[in-house]
Design a protein. Structure first.
Length: 174
């Protein structure tokens, strides 16, 4: 299959998926090398903004997003509202993002306040998940962030978090 056709197929699949897809998800379309070449070419093709979208590498995969040149037009027509996340939820997410995995008790000790309702809300929104159990009395659950967290904040991985103490820690993506 030629690169042009593969690029078109990848673009169509990413558009239809509406979520980030990893290389493994795209494997039915071709070999890893062919897919990577096509993705790099597609990223280049979309980078100038003439198509209105671009590829973004996030949560270990790629997704289609609005090109920054066209955000104003999208906002004028769709009037998107970014997801609302409380200050308490942002505090818990930041603690988990930088120090995971943590138990509920460890989160409460670090935050200095109860996290029960906040943690339940983050679990419900699939921004946090149970990642295991601590080897301690009672085997408390260990919590960590999810791929949905990475998507929402436009991060490819936790390694993309800014160093602690540098400006705004978390910026929401819609």
């Amino acid at each position: 299959m030629d690169t042009q056709t593969l690029k078109a197929q990848i673009l169509a699949v990413l558009f239809a998926a509406g979520r980030p897809l990893a290389l493994g998800d795209l494997s039915p379309l071709g070999t890893e090398d062919a897919l990577l070449r096509a993705i790099v070419a597609l990223e280049h093709d979309l980078s100038d903004g003439t198509s209105g979208v671009q590829l973004e590498r996030v949560a270990g995969g790629w997704r289609l997003v609005v090109h920054p040149l066209h955000l104003t037009a999208v906002e004028q027509v769709l009037r998107p509202t970014p997801p609302r996340i409380s200050k308490a939820a942002l505090e818990v997410l930041a603690l988990l993002a930088y120090q995971q995995p943590l138990t509920r008790a460890e989160l409460e000790a670090l935050r200095g306040k109860s996290v029960e309702g906040v943690l339940d809300g983050l679990l419900e929104r699939q921004l946090v998940q149970v990642v295991g159990e601590k080897e301690a009395v009672g085997r408390p659950k260990l919590f960590g962030t999810t791929d949905r967290f990475l998507e929402l904040f436009g991060l490819e991985s936790l390694a993309d978090l800014p160093p602690l103490g540098e400006g705004p820690v978390l910026l929401l993506r819609s």
